[in-house]
Design a protein around this ligand. Structure first.
Ligand SMILES: Cc1cc2nc3c(=O)[nH]c(=O)nc-3n(C[C@H](O)[C@H](O)[C@H](O)COP(=O)(O)OP(=O)(O)OC[C@H]3O[C@@H](n4cnc5c(N)ncnc54)[C@H](O)[C@@H]3O)c2cc1C
Length: 444
C-alpha cells in the first residue's frame, strides 16, 4: 500500500510520520531542494515561529525526545510565562508557572529536526518535483502527476497511490485539481486583516531582557505588535507586525522607529543601536483562509487536504504548526479505524469532520481576537461581542492575577479548552478582580 504526501512542510512531515503506521510506502513530494536553511517554498520561515505547547506535546508523542533534540541543537526552552515577558494590552502578564514549555528556535531548525526523523523511517522516501495534478475521477483519486524523476512516464510523470494527502500549504491548488476531475470544490472563508511582518536576526548579549528568553508584545488597539525570541546561535529572532496595512518598514531606522511605538519598550531596547545579522525581510498576510472541505456533500475517496491547505490562520496567534500537529493525530485516529479496502470511501468525510473540530477551536480564538479590532471587517455576532468583552476583562485581570494569567495562556496554547475560562472560580476572578487580590500564586 502506498501513500503520497504533497509538500514537505510541517504538516506534510507529520502526515508522513502517521502514514507509516498504515502504509508500507510513503512518498513525500516536495518541489524545493531541502537543506537546513531558508527555502523558497516557505517564505514565512524567515519570521518568528512560536510552537504552542499543544503542538510541542504532539511532536513529542510522534517523535519522542523532540524537545530535547532541538534544545541540544541550540533552541532555548523555558517555562512559558517565566521565561517570557508577555505584554497584553500594554501591561505585562503576571509571571507564573503555567505547566507549558516554550521552544524557541527558527522554523528551519524545527523543520530540519522533523525532516531528519521522518526521512529516516524505512517506509518514507522523498521525491523532488512539483505537483501538477491528480489522477482519477470525481469518485476516487488514484495518484498524482508530478514533475521530476518518478517511475512511470506516459504523457507525464505519474505516481500511483492508495491515498494522496495535499499538504502544499496555503497556496494549495487542490480546489483546481478537484475541479479538473469534475468533483465539487470547497467554499472559502476569509477575514481581511492585511497584516505585515518584518523580521531579522540580531546578535544577543548576556543580560539583555534580564536574561529572559523571549518577549511578546501582543497587538494592541493600534494593530501593532511584535516578538523577540532567543534562537539557536545565541541570536534574537525579532518580528514586528502591523495590521490593516500599517506594515513595519524594512530599513533599519524605520524598523527601529516602529519598534519604539509598541506598547512595551523591550523589543526596541533589543534592536536600538544593534546591527541585524542579514536583511530585514517583509511578509504580507492579507487574510486567514479556511477551506470548508467538511461541508462538501461528496469528496473523492483516496484524497485528503491537511495543514495550511485546509486552514491558514492569522500568524499573530502562532497556531498553524500546533493545529497541523493536531490534524496529524486526527488522521492517525481515522486511519486506525479505516476500512481495509483501498481507498476507503468513508475516510475523507470522517477526517474532515474531526479535523474541522480542532480547526474550529483555534479559528474561533483567533478570528474572535481579530474581530476585537474595530477596523477588521467581518460579522460580529452577539456571541462574538460578549466573548470579546469577557476576554478584555480576562486580559486586565491577568496583569495582576497569576491564576488568570495561567488559565489564559493554557487556552491560548490550545492545551485547555476555551470553556476553561468560564469556570465559576475563574470567572469570579475575571469579573470581580478585587476579590482575587489576596490570592496570588508564587511567581517565577
Ligand atoms: C508570516 C507567518 C508567520 C507564522 N508564524 C507562525 C508561528 O509563530 N507559529 C505557528 O505555529 N505557525 C506560524 N505560521 C504558520 C505556519 O508556517 C504553518 O501553519 C505551518 O508551517 C504548517 O504549514 P504547512 O506544512 O501546511 O504548509 P507550508 O509550511 O507552507 O509547507 C508547504 C510545503 O509544500 C511545498 N509545496 C507547495 N506547492 C508545491 C507543489 N506544487 N509541489 C511540491 N511541493 C509543493 C512547499 O515547498 C512547502 O515545503 C506562520 C505563517 C506565516 C505566514
Amino acid at each position: 500500500m502506498r501513500a503520497v504526501v504533497l509538500g514537505a512542510g510541517i504538516a506534510g512531515l507529520l502526515a508522513a510520520r502517521v502514514l507509516t503506521e498504515n502504509y508500507s510506502e510513503v512518498v513525500v513530494v516536495e518541489r524545493d531542494s531541502l537543506d537546513d536553511g531558508w527555502r523558497r517554498g516557505v517564505p514565512q520561515a524567515r519570521h518568528l515561529h512560536g510552537l504552542l505547547d499543544r503542538g510541542r506535546t504532539v511532536l513529542e508523542e510522534l517523535f519522542p525526545g523532540f524537545t530535547a533534540e532541538v534544545a541540544a541543537r541550540g533552541a532555548t526552552t523555558a517555562e512559558a510565562l517565566v521565561g517570557t515577558r508577555w505584554y497584553l494590552g500594554g501591561a505585562r502578564l503576571a509571571p507564573t508557572s503555567t505547566g507549558l514549555t516554550s521552544v524557541m528556535a527558527t522554523r528551519p531548525l524545527l523543520e530540519a529536526v522533523l525532516r531528519e526523523r521522518v526521512l529516516a523511517l524505512p517506509e518514507v522516501r522523498l521525491h523532488t518535483g512539483s505537483v501538477r495534478g491528480l489522477i482519477g475521477d470525481a469518485h476516487a483519486v488514484r495518484g498524482v502527476r508530478v514533475s521530476g524523476d518518478a517511475e512511470s512516464v506516459s504523457g507525464g510523470t505519474e505516481l500511483a497511490a492508495d491515498l494522496v494527502i495535499d499538504a502544499t500549504g496555503r497556496g494549495s491548488r487542490a480546489p483546481q485539481y478537484l475541479a479538473d476531475l469534475g468533483a465539487p470544490t470547497p467554499a472559502e472563508e476569509r477575514l481581511e486583516v492585511d497584516l505585515g511582518y518584518a523580521s531579522a536576526l540580531f546578535p544577543r548579549t548576556e543580560g539583555q531582557l534580564d536574561n529572559h528568553s523571549s518577549v511578546i508584545v501582543s497587538t494592541g488597539p493600534d494593530g501593532r505588535g511584535g516578538g523577540a525570541i532567543r534562537v539557536e546561535g545565541d541570536r534574537w529572532h525579532v518580528t514586528l507586525a502591523g495590521m490593516l496595512g500599517d506594515h513595519p518598514p524594512t530599513d533599519l531606522p524605520g524598523f527601529t522607529a516602529f519598534a519604539a511605538t509598541l506598547a512595551a519598550p523591550d523589543i526596541h531596547a533589543l534592536v536600538a543601536g544593534a546591527e541585524p545579522l542579514g536583511e530585514i525581510t517583509p511578509h504580507r498576510f492579507r487574510s486567514p483562509l479556511r477551506r470548508r472541505y467538511e461541508r462538501l456533500r461528496t469528496v473523492p475517496a483516496g484524497f485528503l487536504v491537511i495543514g495550511d491547505a485546509l486552514c491558514s490562520f492569522n500568524p499573530l496567534y502562532a497556531q498553524g504548526m500546533a493545529v497541523a500537529a493536531q490534524q496529524a493525530l486526527v488522521l492517525r485516529g481515522c486511519l486506525a479505524t479505516a476500512a481495509r479496502r483501498s481507498p476507503d470511501p468513508a475516510l475523507p468525510a470522517r477526517f474532515y469532520a474531526a479535523a474541522s473540530a480542532v480547526v474550529d477551536v483555534a479559528w474561533r480564538l483567533s478570528a474572535g481576537s481579530d474581530l476585537a479590532n474595530p477596523g477588521v471587517r467581518g460579522q460580529r455576532t452577539a456571541r462574538t461581542r460578549l466573548t470579546n468583552a469577557y476576554v478584555a476583562r480576562a486580559h486586565r485581570a491577568a496583569h495582576a492575577d497569576p491564576v488568570v494569567a495561567r488559565a489564559f495562556l493554557r487556552v491560548g496554547n490550545l492545551v485547555d479548552p476555551p470553556a476553561a475560562l468560564l469556570r465559576p472560580a475563574l470567572a469570579r476572578r475575571i469579573l470581580l478582580p478585587r476579590s482575587a487580590n489576596g490570592a496570588s500564586e508564587p511567581t517565577g
